[in-house]
Design a binder for this molecule. Structure first.
Ligand SMILES: [Cu+2]
Length: 527
């Protein structure tokens, strides 16, 4: 049946989708609950746990935690060093509740490491947990030996060091554990940090860059809590099938925070750090966002967006103009689940969606306030007077004639069975693919399942290609490390393979972490 599905058309009817998503009672119930005529045209996401709106509770106002910036230490030889410890801690994720968590340097989220393109960088990691962990540098193009995937485990109490030269352009990347089978749980426990890459192509005054003042990281993560305030990672039948969904969306590790914003242009660096929930984000009162970067780096030019959809692992940077706000004006960052639970799955995924998130999708059901922004601070000296009209994007990966084409079938998920790639579950002892070093290939991801899968490839440079009825929208172009393949959709990417041969495997996988943990992952080496 899978083989037949692989070649099936990109669109399927609802009944077939129900069959594909199958069967596990919980999700079938959800399916029938919202599959018929919700009218949403967004991605076919299956997470349907409703988010709680913090505005509904009478909790006292709490200030948004600002992610700690870490510029590292000069090593005296022209390089830069950082130190991270994965450790237990306690954090007030909910108002007045001490929640045990695990965090980098004890914080949730952990620090934002400022990396510089071309600079020799060493990150020392100590595992202060009582379980094995790894630290994967999501989005960084670096050698497999220091990628931090399942092949670089750090035992409890042990140290590990990643030393590499930063090769990425200016971008917002992040880091998180990648232990096979435990990634979802460790991320939900709080292990998340940021990597901010500067490359010198953006003049300091060209974009807001005063950390925590007009240049703000917003880490969005949903979690569930037990009655006594602990993070609840008990996987329901639905979670096992469609991924973990919490009912509270935290911003920088806090439920329902308020940020005091300056009356000027500000820059928001948005990260969807959820395990499975595809988020649609917009601002209240239809305040526009000017997108300047996707997760791979700068766009060619700023792009006006009324809403932005981010799948787990994806990032976007936007500029927002508070220059004309009246004192005390409140603008809210609103979040909803793309597709509003079970999407209609019209096959409009990324790509066709210049207008994605606009129109009908924008006011999806169960939209909550993620962050209150109260504009009551004066503008900064040297505030950006107006946004740039052009940006300096890194060149996309282009593919020549005769390039090798590889096909990855996203399949499984029948009757509650795990999702797979090319029919196989991950096996750490099996190399799925050997690629030549330093070439550009075409990798086609054919989604034969009834739900969207955000795919992530480690250690390569990658750009979306047109084809299969898809033309990447401007915000989908440039370099990418994570991209959504919607239900029954095919997405092709140009992949520049690692420049150096290595027998250490790199991963390709679904970034719904419960899919990854259950085996929707493969690995390749470079010859
Ligand atoms: Cu998946």
């Amino acid at each position: 049946m899978n083989a037949a599905l692989t070649t099936a058309s990109k669109r399927i009817d609802e009944r077939r989708r129900a069959l594909l998503l199958g069967a596990a009672g919980a999700s079938l119930t959800q399916l029938s609950g919202c599959g018929g005529g919700g009218g949403s045209s967004m991605m076919s996401q299956s997470v349907s746990v409703a988010l709680v709106d913090p505005a509904a509770s009478a909790a006292t106002e709490r200030s948004l935690p600002i992610v700690q910036q870490d510029i590292g230490l000069a090593d005296g030889r022209g390089g830069r060093q950082f130190a991270l410890t994965a450790q237990r801690g306690v954090s007030q994720l909910l108002s007045g509740v001490d929640t045990p968590m695990q965090g980098y340097n004890g914080a949730l989220p952990g620090p934002a490491l400022r990396l510089r393109t071309g600079e020799r960088t060493t990150i020392r990691v100590r595992n202060g947990l009582d379980e094995i962990t790894t630290v994967h540098w999501h989005g960084l193009v670096l050698p497999a030996e220091v990628d931090g995937g399942p092949h670089q485990p750090i035992a409890p109490g042990a140290n590990w060091e990643a030393s590499f030269t930063v090769a990425n352009p200016a971008s917002t990347c992040w880091f998180h554990p990648h232990v096979h089978g435990s990634t979802g749980r460790q991320v939900v426990s709080g292990l998340t940090g940021l990597l901010i890459v500067d490359d010198g192509t953006v003049a300091p005054s060209a974009l807001p860059d005063t950390w925590g003042v007009d240049d703000l990281v917003l880490v969005l993560q949903d979690k569930r809590f037990t009655a006594d305030g602990r993070i609840d990672y008990t996987l329901t039948a639905s979670d096992q099938l469609v991924g973990y969904a919490g009912n509270r969306l935290l911003v920088n590790g806090m439920f329902g925070p308020t940020w005091r914003a300056p009356r000027q242009w500000v820059r928001l660096r948005l990260l969807n750090g959820c395990n499975a929930r595809i988020l649609m984000l917009r601002l209240s009162d239809s305040v526009p966002m000017l997108q300047v970067a996707n997760e791979g780096g700068m766009l060619a030019a700023p792009l006006a967006r009324s809403a932005i959809t981010l799948a787990p692992g994806e990032r976007a940077e936007v500029l927002v103009d508070f220059g004309n706000a009246h004192a005390g004006q409140v603008t809210r960052l609103l979040a909803s689940t793309a597709g509003g639970g079970m999407g209609g799955g019209t096959g409009m995924g990324m790509g066709m969606g210049t207008g994605m998130g606009m129109g009908t999708g924008a006011a999806a059901d169960n939209e909550v306030t993620a962050l209150v922004m109260r504009i009551d601070l004066p503008p900064q000296p040297g505030a950006m007077p107006s946004p740039p009209t052009r940006l300096s994007p890194a060149p996309a990966v282009s593919v020549g004639a005769g390039a090798t084409v590889r096909t990855f079938s996203l399949d499984g998920g029948m009757m509650g069975s795990p999702f797979t790639i090319n029919g196989r579950r991950f096996d750490i002892d099996r190399i799925d693919l050997t690629v030549p070093a330093g070439v550009v290939e075409v990798w086609r991801f054919v989604n034969a399942t009834g739900m969207a899968h955000p795919m992530h490839v480690h250690g390569v440079r990658m750009s979306l290609l047109s084809g299969d009825g898809i033309t990447p929208a401007p915000h989908e172009q440039g370099l990418r490390d994570t991209f959504v393949v919607d239900a029954m959709q095919t997405i092709s990417v140009a992949v520049q393979t690692p420049l150096m041969p290595s027998r250490v495997p790199l991963m390709f996988h679904c970034h719904i972490l419960e899919h990854e943990d259950r085996g929707m992952m493969g690995q390749f080496i470079t010859a």
